[in-house]
Write a protein of this length. Structure first.
Length: 296
């Protein structure tokens, strides 16, 4: 597993804080980032239940679909991807990769896609595809959260006070917050507009999983969501964000994806400028991957 990379910048020296990045994108050439952690116990559970087929959901650029397709191929599962929206040909790189891995792609219109967790919709899928193990969108369920408790335990993080991570569903942050040592905090950066729901959502993911061997004794007080850096909504960007990501990569040789990690990193730099972090704080930013989705 990759080790943290320290970022040197006068901004941090000025405010007497330090920033390191944990590059999950370096853990595996293909199945990388937080999605690998979210898949781990889902695939194990599917195997325990003797399923042969995995069915899961995602948008056309989904990091989860990309990772799930590769992981299913590696673990010899049949894979079915239920994709939001209409088929566009030629397939984009994400879907074309998924198909190369052997994933069957099925498209559903956006309205039906919104009902994908309803019993009626699931029954229809069962009639159409037979028995399968279902992994929800983004791999965000209890086995997914359980996997994310290992993001930190795989590396020595005792020297960091504040762990930062980007949030979509909040499952990754839930796993991280469960694995924090006492007196440590986690800060989630919402990648979408209206991210206020995430505080309750993360708490719910934590409760669903229940106590784990590594879980911190502090209940829900050890994490917080920052909602100011969504840049207009999920997958929306602007020139300022793209310029920042370009400069960051030039200075650190760490590439960022515009959907999640660039927004978190922009947020960290902006908060540092504003004096948000107490002097003496050492920050660890989790680079959750997502580089497959970068569009040139
Ligand atoms: C899916 C994803 C996230 C969001 O994870 P959640 O557990 O849904 O909050 C963050 N970063 C990257 C790169 C992702 O692919």
């Amino acid at each position: 597993m990759a080790n943290p990379i320290k970022i040197n910048n006068p901004l941090f020296a000025k405010h007497e804080i330090t920033l390191s990045v944990l590059p999950l994108y370096l853990n595996h050439p293909i199945i990388s980032g937080n999605k690998a952690y979210k898949l781990k116990y889902n695939l194990q559970e599917a195997k325990n239940l003797r399923h042969k087929t995995i069915l899961t959901f995602g948008g056309a650029f989904s990091n989860h679909i990309h990772a799930a397709a590769a992981a299913c191929k590696e673990a010899r599962f049949n894979a079915i991807g239920i994709i939001r929206g209409e088929e566009t040909l030629p397939l984009n790189p994400t879907l074309s990769f998924a198909r190369q891995c052997g994933m069957q792609l099925h498209y559903v219109d956006r309205e039906s896609y919104r009902t994908k967790t309803s019993p009626a919709f699931l029954e229809k899928l069962q009639q159409q595809f037979g028995e399968f193990y279902l992994i929800p969108e983004g791999g965000s369920n209890s086995p997914g959260v359980q996997g994310c408790t290992e993001i930190l335990s795989n590396s020595d993080h005792s020297q960091y006070d504040l762990i930062c991570c980007p949030c979509g569903t909040g499952a990754t942050l839930a796993g991280i917050s469960l694995s924090l040592k006492p007196n440590r905090q986690a800060l989630g950066f919402a990648a979408l507009k209206g991210g206020e729901f995430l505080q309750a959502q993360v708490a719910q993911f934590r409760e669903q999983l229940g106590p784990t061997p590594s879980s911190s004794s502090e209940p829900t007080a050890n994490f917080k969501i920052i909602t100011d850096y969504h840049f207009g909504g999920f997958a929306k960007t602007n020139p300022e964000l793209m310029h920042f990501a370009g400069q960051f990569e030039k200075q650190t040789a760490i590439p960022l994806d515009p959907v999640y990690t660039a927004k978190m990193m922009y947020g960290i730099y902006d908060l540092a400028k504003k004096g948000f972090f107490k002097a003496g704080t050492s920050l660890l930013a989790i680079h959750t991957g997502g580089l497959q989705g970068r569009r040139k």
